[in-house]
Design a protein around this ligand. Sequence first.
Ligand code: ZN
Length: 401
Amino acid sequence: MKRLINTVKDHSGFYIADEEEIRAGKASDVYFSRSMKGLSHDQEVVAEITSSSEEEWITFSGLKEVLSLLKPRNLTISALEEGEIIGTRDSGGIPVPFITIEGKYSEIGEMETAILGLICQSSGISTASSRVYMASYPAPFYSFGIRRMHPAISPMIDRAAYIGGAYGVSGILGAERISMDPVGTMPHSMALLMGEEAAWKYIAENFPKGKRTILIDTFSDEKESALRAARMFPGIDYIRLDTPRSRRGNFPNIVREIRWELNLRGFSNIKIMVSGGLDYESVSKLREAGAESFGVGTYISSAKSIDFSMDIVSINGTAITKKGKYSGKKDVSRCNKCHKVKVKPSELHIEKCECGGKLELLNRKVYESGKEVINPKSDSDIRAKVTERLNSMIIAGKLKN
Ligand SMILES: [Zn+2]
């Protein structure tokens, strides 16, 4: 213990790993490099990433960073597309391989920790964002939660939230990385520093049409402030409520009451935006009450990560794995008719589902011996695919009810 304390250097910077350290395997658990030292020779393996998550479905993301990490290595990689919405097991209960990596164990093992970290957290955030999308539909919602997490990962959080369905993000760098303008309204501090009505006036007169959102609950009752703001600035687009928990009582009923009073007085054009501690359930209730835009923070940004793990499923061409896992390289496909997902050994060539539909391959090859073989999709294209799928899930859900 004494020796350790003497050798610890004072670290005055941020406690983050930079890209170089991650790529060099320094942000990895030590047991891989220790076990590598014990191996007499390198071997060709197939490693597979599956999930033990019990969620009915997840929105898979983070693959782009995994591919960037593995790019310099001589590996063959197949994977589900980012933005794939899928259960973690197929229709027969077999775990879905999200990523399959083939190559020398020495090229793969030391990267396991980083690979998993990149997809576990991102997929957790995308999944939470997709849930909020379904709850708020057709009203928009925005990712406002980077302040709850380490600033070093704010672009990753905002990208994952956007892919999952968020209409925009508040982070400047996050928005820049997904080629969008950041979204923001006005902070309470503006009302405190300028005076509430002067702050409203500034927004109403200086912001473009469609982006005039004023925060109405800094000092007074929400209904009184909403009506005062509407009378003073009838051209504003949104009033925003960020009511503290201690004043909420029944938040949906506050929204209902404001909507009623605004409509009665001819301000049906002014929409209500809500933020502050929202999750998908509260978003759903507030939307029913008349809110038409949402700022969602912690529920998305610090979403529970999805448990993925990586296992060897084949060594030098022979199927082998640990107990609890399924050996051999696998294909994942979805039937174009009944939409069931099937996992099968890669060497079995089955093209038809038992329903007669065609099985379409989901885990397509993205890298072949270190060379990119598929053009990556843009983040907005990935999001478009996600929202299309979520829309069809919403419609299917509505039909059932
Ligand atoms: Zn089928």
